[in-house]
Every structure is written in C-alpha cells, then in structure tokens.
Write a protein that binds this ligand. Structure first.
Ligand SMILES: [Zn+2]
Length: 480
C-alpha cells in the first residue's frame, strides 16, 4: 500500500561519472510537451514520481532508469535486476536509491538526526577478486605523506584491469598483516579506487617476510614521522625530491610568494631536470638556465627570473606560510609571524612557548617546532636568508613591538592573581609588547606570581628572575 520511487544511485565518486555522462548528452526538450494546465496554474506535485515527471516535462534531465514500485517485493526485484544490468551503463553505480513516493507520508516520517526516514540507499556488494601481491611500494606525496601501495599481478575488476591497490597507511598495513608473496583479495571502494580487503593467510609462502612501513623516507632517507594519534606517516624533510615539486607549487601561490608565471608545467621540468632541488634554488636560476626548457624561450625566461626576484620583497608572514609547515595556513602564519617577529625567534621557541600564542594549539605548536628541528629545513632557512627573503617583520613592525613598554620581554604567569584572569593578564602583557610563555627558564624576564604559586616560583627564585605581583605588573605597564 506504499508506493516507492526507485532509481539507480551512484556513490560519491561514482556520481561524478554519472554527472559527466549526463552533461555530455545533448538534449533540448520543448516546453510545449507540458500539459497546458501545468503552465498556467501553480504546480505542486504530491509525489516523488510526479515531481520527476514534471521536471522531465520542464526539460530537466532526470535519470530514465527509475520505477514506481507498489511493494517491497517490487523494490527487491528492481534491485536484483540491476545488479548485473548496471554494469552495462556508461557510468559507474554502487546501488539503488529507494524513496517513499507520497510527500505527505515523507513528511510524517521525517528525519533522524542525520538521515531522512523515507529514503534509503541499497548498495550492491563490491566485486572482490583474489590476486597475487608482487611487491609493496611506498609513495611519497607532495605533502610528504607516505602511502603503501600493493603492486599486484594484474587482474580484471569491475570493468578495468587493476595492477595496484592502496594499502592506505601504517595502521591498515598492520591490521592486514600483509606478507610478501601473499594472495590477497582486492575490491574497488565506491567502485573507483582499488583497495586490499584481506589476506588469504593460508596461501602464504613459507618464511614470507612481513611488510612494514619504512622508518626512513624511500626518496631522501630522512627519518619518517608518525604522531601516535594520526594514521599518516610523513617525510618532513623539505628537500625531499618527492616533496620539492609540490613545495615549489605551494611557494609560488598567489597567497604565498606570488611568483607569476611559475606554473606546474615549469616546476615539473625544473625538478625533473635537476635545476631545482628546493625552493631556495629558485633564487639562483638564471635566464640561461631557463631558456632551454621546452616552450620557454628568451622572453618568458626573462619574465620568470624577474618574478622570482620580485618575490624577495614578500613579507615575513607570507614567507612563513609559503614554507608549507603542517597546520600553518595563511591565518596561523600571520598569527605566528606577529608573535615571533623573526624566523630565529620562532625556530628557537619550544612547542610549549609556541602553544602559548592565542589560537595556536599544541598540535600546531608541535608541528612547527618539529619542522625547525630538521637539519635540512635549517639549511633551507639559511639559504633563503642568503637569497634575501624577508625572514623578519619589517623594521616598522619590529620597532612597534620594541616600542611597547615591555619591549619584547618574556613573562611567565603562576598562581591566582587577585583581580586579573590569566587571559586578561596575558592580553595586557602582549598589548604592551611583552610575550607570555608557560615555562620558566633563563630567558624568562619576569615571573608574575599570585596566590598558591608553586614550583615555577621556586624555580624563578633559583634563577634570580624578577618576581612581580599583579600590582607590580600593572605599574610596569602603566595600568595602575
Ligand atoms: Zn623524503
């Protein structure tokens, strides 16, 4: 007694294929096919089916593969029928969508927190086939992410020949317990990306070696980094050849160093021909280096060298963003550059000190500190400095910071202050040109101590650091 509208659905990735297919068809239906009453009166279809018919009559493209079903059995039959028929479609599909036809009933059923109760996607199981694992390679992407990839004995799967399948990451690799020479089952996730489903351990050759993530980058041999709470293993050496190309493209972006004309096709050639191994190499390129590149010529070479030179004037926050540190987008770069007016100040800061900056969380701080610990990155900074890039706030900004009453002095807060909250005290100190960090060291200028001050006070006293009360602080910055 319920009627269902049903049509073939494509998954997230599959729908792109479907869209392209629809877009490539050309049709110009005429509005004259509309019933005349529909043209002159407001149209309020009361069912899904009527809505689709109406859209079609109006000239919209709707999927012709749909059916009005009268029972759950009809739905089952439609689903079964398309299990194989869908493979003949010129686009990829992963299931059928079933909707309750009557809009009034739809409304009555409503939604759960996330989904409508009146529609459901019935997915087809992905086709799975066994094949032999020939080897596992480790690809380094442009963000430094290392992805294990299974190299397979080629096999037919959902309409294509599959020779490689992703193993995602270190966690998945461990979970699969994959060994060299294993027989494995592959399928296409969402009918698009081949992935390894499981291993047939009973077919494993004797003494097979277990596949594990490398500890060092297959491209540049630096130690890989994998935070415990993340699935991704990364190479964080900015000189890694696999990363260089992506790094240069990022470097040249409009919101970074804005090097006009340094497009992907040039970057590819520059890296492949060994002319550039890091963004710093851009600054020693000459017209003579560039001119021989395919389709470059004298005029373009001249312009590109000029554009690269002009990028030296880009300000410190843009340079910091262009360096492409993890989690450091334009906003975080600006914030960090404000608090650390020179690259040396940022490089010298501990993760704890970086994390005291408002809006910079511990994860970001950790990533930033880690980046500066890599020797290759330190070399990069030195070379950029020699090339004349802006690695400090310009003098006006630096002077403005110095001019504050606290002149760049470092403060540590401890205990409970009589009237100010921590954020209030921090804001006052920063507004006056001071910096607030969380731990006491020889570099600490003042310790502001309130009630119940503990180990920080003891340590500061031991180091001979000036101890201030809240009143002292207010006096110092002229707020008393
Ligand atoms: Zn590497």
């Amino acid at each position: 007694f319920f009627a269902y509208t049903i049509y073939l659905g494509a998954g997230e990735q599959g729908s792109r294929g479907a869209g392209e297919q629809l877009a490539s068809e050309s049709s110009s239906p005429s509005v004259s096919s509309l019933p005349s009453s529909s043209i002159h009166s407001p149209i309020h279809p009361s069912t899904q089916w009527a809505a689709l018919e109406l859209l079609q009559a109006l000239g919209f493209r709707v999927n012709p593969n749909r059916q009005l079903c009268q029972s759950a059995e009809d739905v089952q039959n439609y689903y079964d029928q398309w299990a194989t028929r869908r493979l003949q479609l010129s686009y990829l599909t992963d299931g059928v969508v079933v909707k309750l036809n009557d809009f009034a009933l739809q409304q009555q059923l409503g939604f759960t927190q996330k989904f409508p109760r009146w529609a459901v996607a019935l997915k087809y199981p992905a086709e799975e086939v066994p094949t032999l694992l020939e080897s596992v390679s480790f690809q380094v992407g442009r963000t430094g992410a290392v992805t294990p990839v299974a190299e397979l004995r080629p096999v037919q799967l959902a309409g294509t020949t599959v020779a490689r399948a992703t193993l995602h990451n270190a966690d998945r690799l461990a979970e699969l317990d994959i060994h060299q020479g294993d027989t494995i089952i592959v399928r296409k996730a969402g009918e698009i990306i081949p992935e390894v489903v499981r291993v047939l351990a009973e077919l494993r050759p004797e003494n097979a070696i277990k596949v594990t993530m490398p500890t060092h980058c297959p491209q540049c041999a630096s130690a890989l980094v994998k935070p415990d709470d993340e699935a991704v293993t990364r190479c964080i050496n900015s000189s890694c050849p696999a990363i260089v190309q992506g790094a240069i493209i990022h470097w040249a972006r409009r919101d970074a160093l804005d090097i006009e004309g340094l497009g992907e096709k040039w970057v590819k050639q520059l890296v492949e021909q060994g002319l550039v191994h890091s963004v710093a190499d851009l600054y020693s390129l000459t017209e003579a280096d560039l001119e021989p590149l395919d389709r470059m010529g004298k005029r373009l070479a001249e312009k590109l060298v000029g554009a690269i030179a002009a990028s030296k004037a880009r300000p410190w926050p843009s340079v910091l963003y262009a360096l492409g540190l993890r989690h450091v987008g334009t906003v975080n770069a600006k914030t960090l550059a404000q608090h650390f007016p020179t690259v040396d100040a940022l490089a010298a800061a501990s993760p704890e000190e970086i994390a005291t900056v408002h809006t910079i969380g511990p994860e970001i701080a950790q990533a930033v500190a880690q980046w500066f610990e890599v020797p290759a990155n330190q070399t990069l900074i030195d070379r950029l400095r020699q090339a004349g890039l802006q690695l400090a706030a310009d003098e006006d900004q630096a002077q403005a910071a110095e001019a504050g009453a606290l002149g760049g002095k470092t403060f540590v807060l401890t205990g409970t202050l009589p009237t100010l909250t921590r954020p209030e005290a921090t804001a006052l100190i920063e507004a006056a040109g001071g910096k607030v960090t969380s731990s006491v060291s020889k570099a600490t200028g003042y310790l502001v101590a309130g009630e119940k001050a503990g180990s920080k006070l003891t340590k500061a006293e031991g180091l001979g650091i000036v101890i201030l009360s809240e009143a002292d602080l207010l006096a110092l910055i002229g707020q008393d």
